[in-house]
Design a protein around this ligand. Structure first.
Ligand code: S3P
Length: 430
């Protein structure tokens, strides 16, 4: 990345990853044909798509974000002839462990090196309480061997951590259980599974932090409009805030209240973000976001915002590095078990480019306002770390070299071309 630049223009970032995964899963299980518009053609959501093809679901596309899924009905999936390779995608593995654990066939879920080191007991333990056996390695990681042919029992589960993946896993298993499955979360997490199930005509009841559904129903196909991913927009919300002279509009971004922590946190830091043309896209709120550069200030990030911004911390740390004063994050130990240990890897990278960043067990303390000198950072194969450091170059005096970037394609295909088209200078070296 060459240093400096400003971000101007109007762009639409790719489709929401969480919704893209769920559109394939629910479309496959529905009765009828589901047409998806705005599907994310990234490696993670494509891994989910391929998994359902391997289970006999006919899926056309994606082509320019259009996907057509010929639903097989709630009991229509077929045993795949091979293990399902879910690549880097934690969402695929955790949601499918619940959904496929309840089928009448055996299946094995595998992933890449990063996914094979992420904790899976958070799903296998409650699934065992539902009577579904999922074998892990001794350390509780993938490969996951799901033994089919067991009917899940409905449970009431109090989640020990705020995780939409765990919640969704159990609700999807609950579709096949006799009776009512309820999941209680310690703090609100993204509710796309609940909203999309309702969109497919399935009754999901939520009462504050408790979500319930009764098994044995059916899903009816719908047309879905997947908005742009706020987690991808986040790189530009920060980039345009920190690069002076910027004025950038991000179109059709999903602003579900369980996802807007990044807007709330940046505004508290002094960012100038306008939410324009708010509208509804098939049960999900969307808007255009206009962001102009602003002098940011360091803050104590409110802990209740953490689950609402959980994927945005790599780039929020870059915002903190550019802010006046200290920024302190606590209550975010989940960041240690993402695609990489995002606390350690970001602290190492920030230090390598001249920033005082001190990792703590559950967060980080960053002294903002110093010169970003540039240097060499290792993204550890984590897409969001690589993109966060690309954004840091907007305020760097020297160039930033980022290693191990191929996984940017898991969530944001075309990132390099897009940033170059609006005023940055990113060069890919293979
Ligand atoms: C996701 C939930 C979050 C998030 C991930 C996508 C989802 O994970 O980090 O990128 O689609 O449900 P957790 O629920 O484990 O926090």
């Amino acid at each position: 990345m060459s240093p400096g630049g400003q971000l101007n223009g109007t762009i639409r970032v790719p489709g929401d990853k969480s919704m893209s995964h769920r559109s394939i899963m629910l479309g496959a299980l529905a009765d009828g044909v589901t047409r998806v518009h705005g599907f994310l053609e990234g490696e993670d959501s494509l891994a989910t798509l391929q998994a359902f093809r391997a289970m006999g679901v006919q899926i056309e596309g994606p082509e320019s974000g259009e996907v057509t899924i010929h639903g097989v009905g709630i009991d229509g999936l077929k045993a795949p002839s091979v293990s399902l390779d879910l690549g880097n995608s934690g969402t695929s593995m955790r949601l499918l462990s619940g959904l496929l654990g309840a089928q009448n066939f055996d299946v094995t879920l595998v992933g890449d090196e990063s996914l094979s080191s992420r904790p899976m007991r958070r799903v296998t333990e409650p699934l065992a309480a539902m009577g579904l056996t999922v074998e892990t390695t001794e350390s509780g990681t993938a490969p996951l061997k799901l033994n089919g042919g067991q009917k899940p029992q409905a449970i009431n589960y109090d989640m020990p951590m705020a995780s939409a993946q765990v919640k969704s896993c159990l609700l999807l298993a609950g579709l096949y259980a006799d009776g009512e499955t309820c999941v209680t979360e310690p703090a609100p997490t993204r509710d796309h599974t609940e909203r999309m199930l309702r969109g497919f005509g399935y009754d999901v009841r939520s009462e504050s932090n408790r979500m319930c559904l009764t098994g044995g129903g059916r899903l009816t196909a719908v047309d879905l409009d997947v908005p742009a991913d706020i987690s991808s927009a986040a790189f530009f919300l920060v980039g345009a805030s920190i690069a002076s002279g910027s004025d950038l509009t991000l179109e059709h971004v999903g602003i579900n209240p369980t996802r807007i922590g990044v807007i709330n946190i940046l505004r508290q830091m002094g960012a100038n973000i306008e939410v324009l043309n708010e509208r509804d896209a098939g049960g999900e709120p969307v808007a255009d976001l206009r962001v102009r550069s602003a002098q940011l200030k360091g803050i104590e990030i409110p802990e209740e915002q953490v689950p609402l911004a959980i994927d945005e911390f790599p780039v929020l740390f870059v915002a903190a590095a550019c802010a006046e004063g200290e920024t302190r994050l606590t209550g975010a130990e989940e960041l240690r078990v993402k695609e990489s240990d995002r606390i350690q890897v970001m602290a190492d990278g920030l230090q390598a480019i001249g920033i005082d960043a001190e990792p703590t067990p559950d967060g980080m303390v960053i002294q903002g306002g110093a010169e970003i000198t540039g240097g060499k950072v290792d993204s550890h194969g984590d897409h969001r770390i690589a993109m966060a450091f690309a954004i840091a170059s907007l305020r760097s005096s020297g160039s930033i070299e980022i290693d191990d970037c191929a996984n940017v394609n898991t969530s944001f295909p075309g990132f390099g071309d897009l940033v170059n088209s609006i005023g940055m200078s990113l060069e890919e070296v293979s």
